[in-house]
Design a protein around this ligand. Structure first.
Ligand SMILES: Nc1ncnc2c1ncn2[C@@H]1O[C@H](COP(=O)(O)OP(=O)(O)OP(=O)(O)O)[C@@H](O)[C@H]1O
Length: 612
């Protein structure tokens, strides 16, 4: 079933939730309803019934029903009957409560079980969707907001759904049972006005519940947005601790955080006040209705038992109304949370998987850009009419001033974004027709800021190819000079590195990342400033490894250092989104002023570095 957008009708959204997540739990839910029915009937009907019909017998006010008396006489002597009746009646109370308690427990247990499964699947779906959605989607949101959706919103949704599920079955059934008893009792004791007044009062509760619900909804939205801001601030702050300290931003960060916490807490406080206001309002209304029943009962000769039974039935009517009010409000809040998740689940994939992917078996690595135009933001072109053919195995350096479009060129080759015009082809196949799996297998990437995970160095390298053996991992590590720093540590390749690569220098992280590329051995290799964080000795060593790795692979190097440029067969010079020169170093040095300037600046820079 197609995922509805947050703007779809509630009916569509509920149908989607039912078909995609809830239906699988149908059996558990049906059992939950069954037990809910038993719990409701024992409370709403059973207890008032005992008040009116059982206790008067015990207290000797009413005779035993004939059938029961005949039954008991078969087993007990006449003089024992009052005692037996008393015991039986006394035993009935815990028995009824036991049935109610066990049925209510099973109801909650089964609903919770189903609810947790539903939430688990929903959470996984949102997380998986975030993996599929293109970079462009991620760039549109603050990371903290997405984290907040996956963690907090699903958590709220989980507790909201449990509140709803716990009450949505049992309370209406209790209400129906109690109402049935009330109608019968009121008609039998000719107390129709009591019934009518209670119906009017119960109806009055509805607009109050709705009003409270919409107030809570507003506060809930404020609170969710506040929580997103807080998560974003914490996430941003923790990942930029070095800069926070370097620029003395601690106080400013604390102030921002405090402001956000206060805003969120105020919204949360107001939401709690709203939700708590509902209970006393409904209790006051129900007390008015009960007082009227008392007045009418006394003035129209109602017996104490009749009145007590009606009062109990009234309690079992208003209690579910009160709880259903909470359920209604919770339902509204839950829909808002569902909307925030549907926002992710239904987000348009701007780089969708092809319906019939063209297989890319044993790719050679030939790359072709055909008259490519691209813009991140409409009417703001970043690549203009880029038309270039790179035969398999060629090493190509991309050079050009900052912002000229080199990374964007690579982004399109990896299909992180789709071209606006023209096409990007690998081995003659448009990347839009290739499955994500084939595409990622064809391209290896060593990025400027390699991502490290909180695990061992060995496992970090293995991310290049999950099924690689330890030997293959060590070989790749050796080729990328990872050995040099693993050998200095007792744990070697088993050394755990911190989240984000803490414990490794920038250069060491790059070596791990290069080892991943060695391990992956993809036909197309992208080196994005791959040697930027290396000192000159390491750079020279890694450069030799890269030269080795690049052999037989189509390699694109975004290079600022002339040592990297030197390894290239061919250089593409970018300027304002166009390729303005294309050729070997010698050709370009002679023909392109821009290239000559860039190269000379590099030489000067490298000379200064060497001197230092
Ligand atoms: N995600 C994005 N959204 C909007 N504009 C972007 C985005 N990424 C890059 N740009 C813009 O596109 C243009 C080209 O950027 P690109 O990163 O391709 O340049 P570059 O040549 O790799 O620069 P550098 O050498 O500084 O890394 C720049 O003007 C940049 O501001």
């Amino acid at each position: 079933m197609q995922t509805p957008s947050p703007d779809a009708s509630t009916r569509e959204k509920l149908r989607f939730l039912w078909v995609s997540y809830i239906r699988q739990q149908k059996r558990t839910l049906l059992w939950a309803i069954f037990f809910g029915g038993i719990a409701a009937a024992t409370a709403g009907f059973g207890i008032p019934y005992m008040m009116e019909h059982v206790f008067p017998v015990v207290f000797g006010k009413d005779p035993l029903p004939e059938g029961v008396e005949a039954f008991l006489r078969q087993y007990f002597a006449s003089e024992d009957l009052p005692d037996v009746t008393l015991w039986a009646a006394a035993a009935m109370l815990p028995l009824v409560m036991m049935v109610r308690g066990m049925a209510a427990f099973m109801n909650v247990f089964l609903l919770s079980k189903a609810g947790l499964r539903i939430l688990e699947n929903l959470r996984l779906a949102v997380f998986s969707r975030l993996q599929e959605l293109p970079l462009a989607y991620h760039e549109r949101f603050k990371q903290g907001e997405l984290i907040s959706r996956v963690i907090h919103n699903t958590q709220f949704l989980q507790s909201g759904m449990l509140t709803i599920m716990n009450d949505v079955v049992i309370q209406p059934l209790t209400l129906v049972a109690a109402m049935t008893y009330l109608v019968v009792a009121a008609l039998n004791s000719e107390q129709v006005p009591v019934l009518l007044v209670n119906m009017v009062v119960a109806t009055l509760c509805i607009p109050i519940i709705k009003k409270v619900g919409s107030a809570m909804l507003k506060k809930m939205r404020d609170m969710m947005s506040g929580l997103g801001d807080i998560t974003a601030t914490v996430q941003e702050n923790l990942s930029a601790q070095r800069d926070v300290r370097a620029f003395n931003m601690e106080a400013q960060q604390e102030e921002t955080f405090l402001g956000q916490i206060r805003r969120m807490m105020t919204a949360l406080f107001r939401m709690t006040v709203c939700s708590q206001a509902l209970t006393p309002v409904i209790e006051i209304l129900s007390a008015v209705a009960l007082a009227y029943a008392l007045y009418m009962g006394c003035s129209h000769g109602l017996t104490l038992e009749q009145f007590t039974a009606i009062a109990l039935a009234l309690y079992y009517c208003y209690d579910p109304i009160k709880r259903l009010g909470t359920v209604h409000n919770q339902y509204k809040l839950t829909l808002t949370l569902v909307d925030s998740l549907l926002g992710v689940l239904s987000a348009k994939d701007e780089t969708p998987e092809p319906e019939r992917p063209v297989p890319l078996k044993h790719p050679r690595g030939e790359v072709r850009f055909e008259h490519v135009n691209f813009a991140y933001v409409a009417d703001n072109p970043v690549l203009r009419d880029v038309d270039v053919h790179v035969p398999a195995g060629q090493i190509v350096a991309l050079v050009g001033p900052s912002g000229s479009g080199k990374t964007t060129f690579i982004n399109l080759l990896c299909r992180f974004y789709d071209v606006v015009d023209g096409s990007v082809k690998i081995d003659g196949v448009d990347v839009r027709d290739v499955s994500r799996k084939d595409r990622t297998e064809a391209v290896g990437l060593v990025s400027q800021h390699p991502v490290m995970f909180h695990t061992t160095i060995k496992e970090n390298i293995r991310m290049g190819r999950q099924d690689a053996t330890d030997e293959e991992v060590f070989r790749a590590g050796a080729l990328a000079s990872v050995n040099e720093f693993t050998e200095q540590h007792a744990d070697g390749y088993e050394r755990e590195i911190g989240e984000g690569g803490e414990g490794l220098s920038g250069g060491q992280r790059q070596r791990v990342s290069i080892a991943r590329a060695f391990l992956k051995n993809a036909p197309i290799l992208i080196l994005d400033e791959a040697t930027a964080s290396l000192d000159m000795t390491s750079e020279a060593r890694i450069q030799a490894s890269l030269n080795e790795l690049a052999k037989g692979h189509t390699t694109f190097v975004i290079a600022h250092r002339f040592s990297t440029i030197r390894m290239a067969h061919r250089i593409l010079v970018f300027e304002s989104g166009r390729i303005v020169a294309d050729g070997s170093h010698e050709e370009l040095y002679a023909s392109s002023t821009l290239y000559r300037d860039l190269y000379d600046k590099q030489i000067m820079h490298a000379g200064k570095e060497a001197a230092v």
